[in-house]
Design a protein around this ligand. Structure first.
Ligand SMILES: Nc1ncnc2c1ncn2[C@@H]1O[C@H](COP(=O)(O)OP(=O)(O)OP(=O)(O)O)[C@@H](O)[C@H]1O
Length: 262
């Protein structure tokens, strides 16, 4: 990968070095090393059971490696949970919105927890809802929003605290193809505009091809089987995309793997 000046000036935002993890004698992560540079978008693709969630939990610090090291913004995430507050944000497959709060109240919650004033939190939350094209829905409750809109609120909530690193855990997987494609495009635009470092975990090839600078295909146990890089110009080249799609599908094990035709 060619490094930008910003990337060259920063240490990797996320670093896994020779990480090994087993559950009950079964190896799930096997000698995995990944560096995600500042501002880079990396997709981890793998079949069910490949260990994607385990890798994500290691980055979140909710799991510790049996051996090897994990660093997030230079910190051990397991030992520095509070130190990473506000630096690391996650968006999950389900939106996890609080149903008794409106969209804007959901987005401002993280800001209030970080100690921002009510006025500042409200203004920041509203600006993020505008960026995800939900300015008109600020006062609606979750049950008044579609699945795609709820996921947009969830992304606004993750981004509003201005994290250095955003983790996406199958964030677009439950949405229909048209909705998820629009959301991926908007997320990609925002991530670029704000130079966010993103690690996205997905089983959908289209998620990776639409957003990632680098695609890592994991075999089981989690070990890199294929690594591809993709520029924004290349991702718009339909022929190249089709070829990369096939290459990734083959590495994932062909037709057993769910793909996204949309
Ligand atoms: N806490 C745990 N205790 C025991 N086994 C676990 C634990 N967490 C994960 N595993 C096992 O590790 C393997 C990898 O699971 P993981 O959830 O990381 O895979 P995944 O790629 O995220 O799969 P999916 O796409 O289905 O979520 C599976 O065999 C799973 O049963």
């Amino acid at each position: 990968m060619i490094k930008s000046a910003a990337q060259a000036a920063h240490p990797p935002s996320v670093r896994l070095h020779q990480v090994y993890k087993a559950f009950g004698g079964k190896t799930v992560v096997d000698d995995l090393s990944i560096d995600v540079a500042h501002g880079e978008i990396v997709a981890l693709l793998g079949r069910t059971g490949a260990g994607k969630s385990t890798v994500l939990n290691l980055v979140l610090g909710t799991l510790t490696p049996d051996s090897g090291t994990v660093r997030v913004a230079g910190l051990d995430p397991n030992a520095n949970f509070l130190g990473l507050r506000g630096k690391l944000a996650v968006s999950f497959q389900t939106d996890r919105l609080l149903p008794w709060r409106t969209a804007v109240e959901n987005v401002e919650l993280g800001l209030l927890i970080l100690g921002r004033s009510k006025e500042e939190a409200r203004a920041t939350a509203l600006s993020w809802l505008e960026r995800v094209k939900l300015g008109d829905a600020a006062d609606k409750y979750a049950h008044e929003l579609s699945g795609g809109m709820r996921q947009r609120v969830s992304l606004a909530r993750a981004l509003a605290v201005d994290p250095e690193i955003v983790l996406l855990d199958e964030s677009f997987s439950q949405l229909d193809h048209v909705t998820s494609r629009a959301l991926r495009a908007d997320f990609h635009r925002i991530a670029r505009e704000f130079s966010k470092t993103c690690l996205l975990v997905t089983h959908r090839i289209e998620d990776a091809l639409d957003m990632a600078d680098r695609v890592l295909v994991l075999g089981a146990p989690a070990r890199i089987q294929l690594e591809l890089t993709l520029t924004d110009g290349q991702r718009r080249d339909e022929q190249l995309r089709a070829r990369l799609h096939d290459e990734i599908a083959a590495a994932l094990g062909g037709e057993e793997h769910p793909t996204d035709p949309g």
